[in-house]
Design a protein around this ligand. Structure first.
Ligand code: 6R9
Length: 645
């Protein structure tokens, strides 16, 4: 089956884009027609970005469906024996696993019944904290099949972060593993969950999958083994698990992400629009052809894994490779070895991975057969030209288009990106909006900047002026927060938090990075306020300020300026204590790369920390600090400069 909505030429793109703007309802309903519905919609779109209860966005109102019937059941007749998931383990010597659509369907049905047997019902929240094993995808899909709302928490987050998310979502159920393999490490996931649950007495059941045989404590009445629960269903003869009929706008999942405040938000995605948007963008951006092998290196703990390992590829009936390990273990050739082994046609990865592999040299690339590759993708942060060219030359051998895909947890799917084999690519440009996406570049006064003329470039803050099916609908438990965060800065528009530049010669967009207090460290989104709160929990710390600085591999590094009660006797030990505190409070991913102890922070008379100055110092730009006259005590700046790491 080819995809009727696949864009094959520049003319197709232009036609689709025009139609999507002139007649968005006609455009999206024609695509939606190719999916499986229990009942079709009464109305394609109703929306409001500016009222007091904004955003109000309803796609395919009145429609009834289950996303797993689209991701699994409807493929059974046409491609039941084709692999749905090819799973590559952490240890290259362990055998890989292949789950065909039939097998995945069966496993999802069995685990769905196991969830039901454990009391999970439609609308319940289920927190999933697992490593990258096939059962993670199975757990996600099983929740969706019975209408439970999944909230996946990345395996690198701490017990406290899990607890905060469980409490915010009032999740009554947790699915985890005894442990997870990542490179040469074993992460004791269940034990981290146990620490989290000390704060979450309402959690009724924890289902634990065996992976690493790490010793765990199983609490009577609360904790059960995945394998036992499956057996219970199997002894009943595997009764079928009909999918729960859901409303188009029922919540599919909540995924927590960092913003400029200290507390992560639960981004809410709903069912029908998200399904159509992830499938449509998957097929078009990667120019996916039926039967091809597609490999996204992300973790399902992040939105990229949700949309482009699980939902998008499976809704399109694709072959999706899932990798348990890390790109640099046992050596920096691991990703290329996987490409070679499974004859991967498309690899979708992050600039930080490319940069770290680049640093290990070509020895790990040259002995692999990468001739199966046809399309390369990048996501998570701006891709610098050096990394782009390395990817192009050494991995794509200059014959594979690179799609630099810009999007966010909130957008659900890719918004600005080349379309592989169609769009002419240009290093460091995400190029053009996909059909249905109407960007607007705004100036500081809140005015829209007109499109640049030839020979001209404009830059400003990136907004989107019209709804698209995959967008967030709310933030869990606090709709007003969603309005304030995304729809307040530029009334009537969705504000992305990113800055961008547009080139008048080709109309291309280049994403320049966050304009708020969000850092992008190795493609992970981290709020500076979150890190500061964590540092400030340390008993010796009075105050701290965190900024980002350019980092060769991570893209951005975390630089913390810290005031302590008294000068630390042993600064190195004090730094380690702070790192340990951050790892405890947020997780190891948020640990600062540099910690500088200071006596004071540059503050305005109203007490606001002038981060602009700290950012410059962290970047090593000591001279051009700009206007410091409004500072309460300009002297602190010299002190900080002298102590610069
Ligand atoms: C999908 C994802 C979102 C933030 C986003 C932006 C940055 C993502 C990018 C990119 C430049 C790209 N970002 N893709 N910047 N070029 N191709 O990463 O979601 O974790 O929510 O991060 O990542 O700053 O605002 P999320």
């Amino acid at each position: 089956m080819a995809y009727p909505y696949q864009i094959k030429t520049q003319a197709d793109y232009e036609k689709a884009y025009k139609k999507s703007v002139e007649d968005p309802e006609g455009f999206w309903s024609a695509i939606a027609d190719t999916f499986y519905w229990r009942k079709k919609w009464d109305k394609v779109l109703e929306w409001d970005f500016s009222g007091p209860d904004a955003p109000q966005v309803k796609w395919f109102q009145g429609a009834r469906l289950n996303i797993t019937e689209n991701c699994l059941d409807r493929h059974l007749d046409t491609r039941g024996d084709q692999p749905a998931i090819i799973w590559e383990p952490n240890d290259p010597d362990e055998h890989h696993r292949v789950l065909t659509y039939k097998q995945l369907h069966q496993k999802v049905c069995i685990f769905s019944n196991a969830l039901k047997n454990n009391g999970v019902k439609k609308g319940d929240r289920v927190c999933i904290y697992m490593g990258m094993v096939p059962e993670l995808a199975i757990a996600v899909l099983a929740c969706a099949r019975i209408g439970a709302i999944h909230s996946v928490v990345f395996g690198g987050f701490s017990a406290k972060s899990i607890a905060d998310r469980i409490l915010d979502a009032s999740a009554d159920f947790v699915i985890t593993c005894d442990g997870a393999y990542r490179g040469n490490k074993v992460i004791p996931l269940k034990s981290v969950v146990d620490d989290a649950l000390v704060q979450c007495p309402d959690v009724k059941k924890v289902i634990v999958l065996t992976r690493t045989h790490t010793p765990v404590s199983m609490i009577k009445g609360r904790d059960v083994w995945w394998e036992d629960e499956i057996k219970k269903v199997e002894t009943l003869g595997n009764p079928p698990c009909p999918a729960e009929e859901m409303d188009a706008e029922d919540t599919l999942y909540v995924l927590y992400t960092s913003g400029s405040t200290g507390k992560p938000k639960g981004v809410v995605h709903t069912t029908a629009g998200y399904m159509i948007y992830t499938a449509y963008t998957f097929v078009n951006v990667f120019n996916y052809q039926p039967g091809e092998v597609y490999f996204c290196t992300a973790d399902i703990g992040w939105v990229t894994g949700h949309s482009y390992i699980v939902y998008g590829p499976l809704a399109a009936g694709a072959v999706s490779v899932m990798f348990e390990g890390v790109p640099t273990w046992p050596n920096a050739g691991r990703l290329w070895e996987i490409v070679d082994k499974h004859k991967v046609n498309t690899i979708y990865t992050a600039p930080t991975a490319i940069r770290s592999l680049m640093a290990h040299g070509l020895g790990f690339v040259e002995d692999k057969d990468l001739s199966s590759l046809r399309v390369l993708g990048s996501v998570g942060e701006p891709i610098n030209e050096e990394a782009w060219h390395w990817f192009d030359e050494h991995i794509g051998k200059k014959r594979c288009p690179i799609v630099d895909t810009w999007w966010q947890t909130e957008t659900g799917g890719i918004l600005i990106s080349p379309i592989a084999t169609v769009t002419h690519t240009k290093p460091s440009y995400a190029t053009l909006p996909l059909p249905g996406i109407q960007p607007a570049i705004m100036d500081e006064k809140g005015q829209e900047i007109p499109a640049p003329q030839k020979g001209e470039q404009v830059s400003g803050n990136l907004c989107i002026r019209f709804p698209w099916p995959g967008m967030l609908r709310s933030t869990w438990g606090d709709h007003e927060r969603c309005r304030k965060t995304y729809f307040d800065a530029y009334p009537g528009k969705y504000f992305t938090g990113d800055g961008c530049l547009r080139d008048g010669d080709d109309g291309y967009y280049r994403i320049t990075g966050r304009v708020d207090d969000v850092l992008n460290v190795s493609g992970h989104r981290i709020g500076t306020a979150e890190v500061e709160n964590a540092i400030n929990m340390h008993a010796d710390v009075v105050e701290s300020a965190v900024v980002g600085y350019p980092h060769d591999i991570k893209g951005q590094g975390v630089y913390a300026f810290v005031i302590t009660e008294k000068e630390p006797d042993n600064p190195n030990l004090a730094r380690k204590d702070i790192l340990e505190t951050v790892a405890r409070i947020i997780g190891p991913i948020a640990k600062p790369d540099k910690i500088q102890f200071v006596k004071g922070l540059p503050k305005t008379r109203s007490g606001k920390i002038m981060r602009r100055i700290l950012r410059k110092i962290a970047e090593g730009e000591m001279e051009n600090l700009g206007d410091t006259t409004t500072l309460l005590d300009p002297g602190v700046v010299d002190d900080i400069k002298q102590g610069k790491l």
